[in-house]
Design a protein around this ligand. Sequence first.
Ligand code: SF4
Ligand code: FES
Length: 367
Amino acid sequence: MSETPKFKVTIDNIGIEVPAGTTILNAARMIGGEVAPPTMCYYSKLKDSGGKCRTCLVEVSKGSEKDPRPMPKLVASCRTTVMDGMEVKNITSEKVLDARKGVVEFLLINHPLDCPVCDQAGECDLQNLSYEHGTEGTRYEFKRRTFEKEDIGPYISLHMNRCIMCFRCVFTADQLTETREHGILERGDHAQIGTYLNKALKNDFIGNVIDVCPVGALTDKTFRFKNRVWFTKPVDAHRNCSNPKCCGHVRLWMRGDEVFRVTARKDEWGEVETRPDGTPGWICNECRFEKKQTKDWVIEGPALIPRSSVIAQGHYVGTKKTPVLIDKVIGKEPEHLLNIHDISDVNKPEIELSKIAGPAHSDDFKK
Ligand code: SF4
Ligand code: FES
């Protein structure tokens, strides 16, 4: 069998070789860090996802080695494959950053700003995106779209007003469960997630829609309003689940000995983690909703979570540094406005604050 040819692509001045057929987004993810565009609808573990939200727009400044003309418009990186010699700009493009501001404003047109009472706050992709790329205000002057509340059963709460129509939950139900009871009803401004007949979603694997939902439209009813995620401690655990499709490897969100919530484990892109055998780590409803005792689980230890996440506040172990690529992107060491070590002894460079147990004390600096 012939090997897939490799294409050279440069993203934000960083070169990489990827197999032909790779999307710009996945090539950027291979580089990692901020070079990877944000995504609100693409989900690598769900077939056909992507192409809905336009959050992942990038500028293609050189089409390929054969045809170096730039692409006339920004393209959705999750749906555009790389060409040999392609040059792409993400964080180095003013156009992209400006367009992304517009996309955030657009996504927030109808999304309620109810983060203080939303269970997703602290781990919401839209909240993070707005902090990073949003503007302070909106130009929208009309009433927000609102929907009647629909009861979709004992486990999952649907808050349609928060939905951004990413389709991820529909693909999840389609691809993971035997029968899909919900979908997108109506069109355009009236489009909504629903079951039409007020049915309960109770399929074995339907709980995974909670994990894939980038906003707080689908949340766990067994955790609803019980705690803020940043007050809970994420702990990795596993059990011998009898369901052959369930990976049984989960994340427990605990406070003291109490298990408040069980979710799948997520990777650095906020997606369900890939297990060592290459399959996605989806979990069944029993593990997610019914195993809320520590004795149900073999605890492995604190979960590795991104250091930039609000959930990492107050944790001194088990956090993961996002790679910093700024020197590669701009082609030189960034110039410091001021080197703090030149004027202060307090934060000595040889002292790693993250290794000190608990808050730093003056004694720590005398060693
Ligand atoms: S409910 Fe959530 S996952 Fe489903 S389409 Fe809306 S935002 Fe996407
Ligand atoms: S992530 Fe590419 S269009 Fe939504």
